[in-house]
Ligand binder design. Structure first.
Ligand code: PDD
Length: 278
């Protein structure tokens, strides 16, 4: 069964789907993206992802007037044609193909690529190790740009240390987020602490959604920056993203978090999130 991808209006076999070598995404990282979770053939938090996509496009002055309905149609068709029950959709918009010059080209149509793949989603998940590393990114981390080299370097550092995620730390000693996730801790008073939305982090759609789910369940949520020291002392740590959903972190560098077991809050929130998306 061959995989199908969407490229600029066409549905093509994944292995033949391609864009031009002078696409600005390829040459400059000039584009934005979204990753959307599919559960039981449903698009999860679609509106949130669409809203953030529009914002990212606007922040980089990329004029791409595509409606929510059209994007949803493309996503649904890819879910069907790739026979996906649980999986991920990747969407990327770049500023299109133009002679290489730094300034934005005029009258060039943006390029839209969408791919989909199945993944295994489980109710429970093993606790993972994370490492800390310097956050080397630019000042507009709120834009979901495809320029991810610092994130890739951080993730590679994690892999080198047999870790699942790299937790990025600013020069002031506060944690921003994971290389591809947002970080949360359960503090000694059982409050859920996660960094507030700002230009310092990507405002995760899973984080937004989980904030609603958790507050309905009477969890106290505090949005503020926190340090590596505080994370190390936390009762629980976990990360959220469209790919990780809610994944517990049981070790940070050489230190176990609490007793080194997966905590009840992370597991309860993972179940609640999966339940909520039924
Ligand atoms: N990344 N922070 C960063 C730096 C991310 O790359 C991501 C997601 C998140 C969480 O966002 P969301 O909850 O909307 O997935 C936070 C995706 C999954 C990726 O790059 O693959």
């Amino acid at each position: 069964m061959s995989r199908i991808a969407y490229v600029n209006g066409r549905y093509l076999p994944h292995k033949n789907a391609s864009v031009h070598i002078e696409d600005r995404g390829y040459q400059f990282g000039d584009g934005v993206y979204e990753v959307v979770l599919v559960l039981n053939k449903n698009l999860i938090d679609f509106e949130g992802h669409y809203t953030r996509l529009k914002r990212s496009l606007s922040e980089i002055s990329l004029d791409f007037p595509i409606s929510e309905t059209v994007i949803k149609q493309i996503f649904k068709r890819l879910v069907r044609s790739n026979h996906i029950t649980n999986g991920l959709i990747y969407l990327q918009v770049t500023r299109g193909v133009a002679d290489r010059a730094h300034q934005f080209p005029t009258n060039v149509p943006p390029a839209l690529v969408v791919t989909a793949k199945p993944t295994l989603i489980t109710k429970t998940v093993a606790g993972k190790k994370a490492i800390t590393t310097a956050d080397q990114r630019w000042d507009r981390r709120d834009i979901k740009t495809i320029q991810l080299l610092p994130n890739c370097i951080a993730k590679q550092e994690a892999v080198k240390h047999d870790a699942f995620e790299a937790i990025m730390v600013m020069q002031d000693g506060t944690i921003t987020e994971g290389a591809s996730s947002n970080l949360w801790m359960v503090d000694k008073d059982n409050q859920l602490v996660t960094r507030q939305a700002s230009n310092a982090i990507l405002n995760g759609i899973t984080k937004l959604s989980l904030t609603n789910i958790a507050s309905i369940r009477q969890y106290k949520i505090v949005e503020r920056p926190f340090t590596v020291e505080e994370a190390r002392e936390a009762k629980e740590l976990f990360v959220t993203s469209a790919t990780a959903i809610v994944t517990p972190i049981i070790q940070l560098n050489d230190d176990l978090i609490a007793d080194g077991n997966v905590g009840p809050v992370a597991l309860a929130l993972r179940s609640a999130y999966l339940e909520n998306t039924r």
